[in-house]
Design a protein around this ligand. Sequence first.
Ligand SMILES: *Cc1c(COP(=O)(O)O)cnc(C)c1O
Length: 394
Amino acid sequence: MTDKKIRFETEVIHAGYHQDEHNGSLVPPLYQSSTFTFQNAEQGEKRFSGLEDGYIYSRLGNPTVKILEERIAALEKGDAALAFASGMAAVSAVLSDLTKTGDHILCSQGIYGCTFGLLQLFKEKYEITHDFSAMDSPETLYKEIQSNTAVIYIETPINPTMKLIDLEMVVKVAEEKGIPVVVDNTFSSPYLQTPLTKGCDVVIHSATKFICGHGDVIAGLVIGKKEWIQHVARTTQKDMGGIISPFDAWLLLRGLKTLPVRMDRHSDNARKLFDFLRKHPKIDTIYYPGDQEHPDYHIMQKQMRQPGGMISFSVKGTKKTAQQFMNQLQLIKIAVSLGDAESLIQHPATMTHAVVPEEERRKMGIEDTLLRLSVGLEAWEDIKEDLEQALEKI
Ligand SMILES: *Cc1c(COP(=O)(O)O)cnc(C)c1O
């Protein structure tokens, strides 16, 4: 490939890989090796001192992993990237790097359950405090940013209530205050939304989800400015050690090739299912960023290519009704995670957000009757018929 600007759909297949550097192998080879041999002692010395580029040991870098990192950096429009063993390894490396004892983190209202757990841990062990913010206007931000706020941490769409945050609006305030903005972009993937192009500083992914797309890998990614990424590689990543395995990186490179095709189908299916669910008498509320009556619909239009493949809805009744409904489903599987070929449903109040105290949960809008559906790639009619038959039985 030449360096001419190529389009996203081409980059998912080609970015970061040059066949001529790998014996012409069409697809990236899997370097399933823990360490790399030096030609002589002097070469080893030069590699360690940084005088010579090259691989040393797979926790410090691996050629298969490197291809993945270059590819995701290109897709997110960043300078550089790092791959991790899990989304949470990525989140913890980023937040450990950007904070120190006494700092404060301002978070979007509603974050991934384990990120919430990590913030609790930070508070108890390191006196790093946090607050949740609606981030719905500059005024809110000015009021809630403290003198010790070291990071603004955002999920948009927010899991599971699908509220959106206007990234450009947040960046404007954050820049003025000199605070880095970190976005967990797991729900959108770079096909739907690229926060770095809105001025955000760091993007995190649980690559386990849409980026992998096939439900067979747990992994995380971090994308940002080159110098900062190199610093994280030398510190929190190297020394805390949450690195990805070469095989998982290889699977992600394979999954990524179909990201745009998959996201189009996830989004199409979700749109059609939303139309079905919204008219159904047994459905109470429904949260979907493609809903024209969604209060944040204008933000979706502004910063997302499509509304994506996630729908949350509550059934009329109680927690028991929601559980009965889940138990009637046949095609749709009961499981946490998202972004897979298979449609998955889960009950946030007792599953992904069970660690969040009830009062906090209610503030986030997570009622006991709320369900989160990750719309798969099956024929949408089959997903609809499964929902329909289960709704009939409650
Ligand atoms: C799954 C998820 C994570 C955590 O990722 P793992 O790969 O499971 O460690 C973080 N953020 C969001 C939004 C997620 O959905």
